[in-house]
Design a protein around this ligand. Structure first.
Ligand SMILES: [Fe+2]
Length: 261
């Protein structure tokens, strides 16, 4: 009898969980945003990645016996500080459509802070995998086919698995700025502003180097976030929307796990 009651309670909990998930999931209204293609990628960047792929393949086939030469990716990527880069990633049109979609998202699902993080680090966010799976699938595709080849060109290693991909919102009411931190769950982070010019303030500070103002809409800030202490800078007015990728290499993480004592 006790087991029966326990099972009923478990079923109730599962149903409740599913209901919450269902209610918090958003279906994209704009078909273009859910279409799995490269239309949203900045064209010169996309071409540079395509032209770099054979060089990466040759380098990998060489088993570390040959150098990887400077690649076409190096021409579109600009170094801001040591190991901290920027690159035009998304077309402005895509960012504009996404911001319009975010305004609709906000009516159905809300930006919330992650309670598992300490309070100073909680940024109001929409987690794509759980809340906007169609967009997550597309952004996963961008990670595999555009970002990861760029990481291979810059750092000669894969970083192709999203720990999480989110839309973050910095504003005066919900979250003005971040606190100094490392992204412990990521090796490389990619931050893309979606609406530069629609807000005042904002940007990113790097503890060892200095501050970077908001990049143009659609341009990506890419950096090894596990080792570079950083924080978001204060927003003075408006909503600063960011698309943020936290990325790692699961294969390597699994290998490390198996070496645990
Ligand atoms: Fe961060």
């Amino acid at each position: 009898m006790g087991d029966f009651i326990l099972n009923c309670m478990n079923i109730q909990i599962i149903i409740k969980k599913n209901m919450i998930n269902y209610k918090s999931m958003y279906k994209l209204k704009n078909y273009l945003l859910s279409m799995q293609s490269h239309w949203m990628i900045n064209q010169p960047t996309y071409q540079a990645v395509q032209d770099t792929l054979p060089l990466i393949a040759k380098y990998k086939a060489g088993n570390g016996q040959e150098d990887l030469p400077k690649t076409p990716v190096h021409k579109v990527v600009k170094k801001i500080y040591p190991e901290i880069y920027k690159v035009p990633l998304f077309r402005r049109h895509f960012c504009n459509l996404l911001v319009k979609e975010i305004e609709m998202m906000k009516k159905e699902i809300s930006f919330v802070g992650n309670e598992e993080e300490d309070e100073l680090r909680q940024i109001p966010e929409i987690v794509l995998k759980e809340q906007v799976p169609e967009l997550y699938r597309n952004m996963w595709f961008v990670v595999q086919s555009v970002l990861n080849p760029m990481f291979n060109a810059l750092w000669q290693r894969d970083c192709k698995d999203p720990t999480t991909i989110q839309i973050a919102n910095y504003n005066l009411v919900d979250k003005k700025q971040g606190a100094w931190h490392h992204d412990d769950s990521a090796e490389i982070s990619v931050v893309v502003p979606l609406n530069t010019g629609s807000y005042k303030g904002g940007g990113t500070a790097f503890h060892n180097y200095g501050e970077i103002g908001p990049l143009p809409t659609g341009h990506a800030l890419m950096f090894p976030s596990f080792i570079n202490l950083h924080k978001g800078l204060p927003v003075e007015s408006g909503d600063r929307y960011l698309l943020v990728f936290w990325l790692c290499d699961k294969e390597r993480t699994v290998d490390l796990y198996h070496t645990l004592p």
